[in-house]
Ligand binder design. Sequence first.
Ligand SMILES: [Zn+2]
Length: 243
Amino acid sequence: MINRLSTMYNLQLIDDQLDQLEELRGDLPLTVNDLNSQIQGIKDQIDTKEQEKKDSLAKRKVNESDIERLSESLKKFKAQLYQVRNNKEYDALTKEIDHSEEEIEKLEIENVQLEDLVEKLKMEIEEVKPQLVSLQEELKVKEEELKKIIKANEREEVKLSDQREKIAAKVRKSDYNTYMRIRKAKGGQAISTIVRGACSGCHNVIPPQRQLEIKSNKRLFTCEACGRLLVSVEVAEGVEANH
Ligand SMILES: [Zn+2]
């Protein structure tokens, strides 16, 4: 049992050191992530607008050829108007002419709107581009900073990760899960010990009887106040001495 407790405490000490290295990075990883997603957001925005611009230009082209075709027919209908033989033919022809004129007008109006839309999209794209550039510059700076910090501690981190892997392999699966769950809930420290009769994690006093039980290292104990695992001072000191 004492080995089981020591191994877990050992894991905690290594995680503490890894956490310290992580802390050196401060907000940088978050900032880099945030900048990346902001940049992606603007890029997506630009892509959407570019696509809309392309579609509008294509639609305008289709409209233009429709207008051309309708104008040709209109010309023909108007020429035929001089050759009609009766009212019925005349009516049919004027109906065609009206219809073609209406269609042409509709398409012309649409093309003016499309042109306006294309201009608006162009402006909107130009407007966000400087923002994109400045975000990309900021990202570059932050990434460099982060890289420097990571590089400075690389060796230490690799060594610790290595040690962690070896120790974690020795921890029972169920203990490991418990440890990780508490570690996550407590923002790092999953195991505490007894300092001046209190839990070193939350400083709540541990009853003397409980202290004696913990001292006997016969099973896993958790602090009733904070939920962290509690190991005896003897286990903690033993592991710390070997660090
Ligand atoms: Zn506690």
